[in-house]
Design a protein around this ligand. Structure first.
Ligand code: SF4
Length: 378
């Protein structure tokens, strides 16, 4: 088998199926990453969404015996929203982060990787391949870094010279010994803009992320957002792009190569109040195709309530009172109570008192008390 020629064929083919960058890496264990992950686990920096088995995350041969190489792919996504609707005083809007615009990227990348697999298997029928995107065991970023897709920035994103960090990553482990590409040298230099701009100080020790403080992670949880972070969430419904937006390497990077990644402005910058009362079906119809819908309706609704509090939107008071009275989910009732306190209109105090008398859930009662204290101090 002429692996050099096959590699070249794969590179050429990848361009015809909408893969914007491709790189090849060895399938050796990721020793350095293993050490870093252990340290992160020890410090409690992990989100809990990742594969818990560090050996699996760092040892490709545990995922595919005879693993010899990994093919890394990157697809550039848009960073600018065309015809963005305006958020007005009584019609406030929230935002989904850029990685959740358009069709769920897992679906798009799986399609590209499947095509690549078929291409390889048509040439080498007994080849062994295993592809993954994001939710797979391997760390996409470590693979992309080794395969020369980009360097790992201090914002914990892979930064490509061509597309900045606005890229989705995926990879395929193979038993074919493709010659590896050369990693790209770190180009962050002395810059610390992302670390300085992070709203919650989640970027620590230049290149490490404390996921528990990261807004992108917090917006995906299903419980109460800890108090210290609520004011920092702003109008974010899902994810946070701050560390990408401030990065000078992303300046002017906005690529619209893939029609399925084009965002619908009304979907990715939706009105907040209608979100509060959506049925599961309505939610699925409007947002089901986004990667940001993966945790369901509750976190997005909770974040919408926090966003209304951020705007101190008096026009949302009746909606929030209704949630406090009628919603079956404590996190929604409690966050609504807190938001009423934040909005700061004392006329809701009797309704909060009433809700407290009827409330059984201790967490919700705590939130009502917080709201009452805020309103007493208005
Ligand atoms: Fe690197 Fe600066 Fe971009 Fe952070 S903002 S990733 S330090 S170049």
């Amino acid at each position: 088998m002429d692996v050099v020629a096959l590699k070249e064929e794969i590179i050429q083919y990848s361009r015809t199926i909408g893969i914007d960058k491709i790189g090849f890496a060895s399938a050796d264990p990721f020793f350095e990453l293993k050490e870093r992950l252990r340290q992160q686990q020890h410090l409690g920096y992990q989100s809990g969404f990742e594969e818990p088995d560090i050996d699996k995350r760092t040892t490709p041969s545990l995922l595919l015996s005879e693993a010899r190489s990994i093919i890394a792919i990157a697809l550039a996504y848009p960073s600018k929203l065309k015809n963005a609707p305006r958020s007005t005083k009584t019609e406030r809007r929230g935002v989904f982060c850029r990685a959740s615009w358009g069709q769920d990227y897992h679906v798009i990348l799986r399609d590209r990787l499947q095509k690549l697999e078929q291409f390889i298997l048509a040439r080498i029928p007994n080849a062994r391949v295993k592809s993954m995107v994001d939710t797979g065991e391997l760390a996409d970023r470590a693979v992309a870094e080794r395969a020369g897709i980009g360097w790992s920035g201090k914002n914990c994103s892979i930064i490509t010279p061509e597309f900045g960090s606005y890229v989705y990553l995926g990879e395929m482990i193979t038993n074919i010994p493709f010659p590896p590409d050369t990693p790209i040298e770190d180009q962050c230099g002395t810059c610390t803009r992302c670390i300085d701009a992070c709203p919650t100080g989640a970027l620590v020790q230049g290149g490490q992320l404390n996921a528990k403080r990261c807004i992108a992670f917090l917006t995906q949880t299903k419980t109460f957002i800890p108090d210290e972070f609520r004011d920092k969430i702003g109008n974010r419904l899902y994810g946070c792009d701050t560390c990408q937006l401030v990065c000078p390497k992303n300046k002017g990077k906005d690529f619209h190569f893939h029609p399925e990644m084009e965002p619908d402005p009304e979907v990715v910058k939706p009105l907040l109040k209608p979100l509060l009362h959506m049925t599961n079906r309505q939610f699925k119809e409007m947002f089901g195709h986004l990667s940001g819908a993966w945790r369901g309706k509750k976190p997005i609704q909770r974040n919408a309530i926090i966003a209304l509090a951020h705007y101190k939107d008096e026009s949302a008071i009746d909606d929030l009172l209704m949630l406090l009275r009628e919603d079956s989910r404590p996190v929604i009732r409690g966050t609504a109570a807190w938001a009423l306190g934040k909005i700061g209109n004392r006329k809701v105090m009797p309704m909060l008192q009433q809700a407290k008398e009827n409330e059984q859930d201790e967490d919700v009662i705590r939130e009502i008390d917080k709201a009452l204290v805020m309103l007493e101090n208005v």
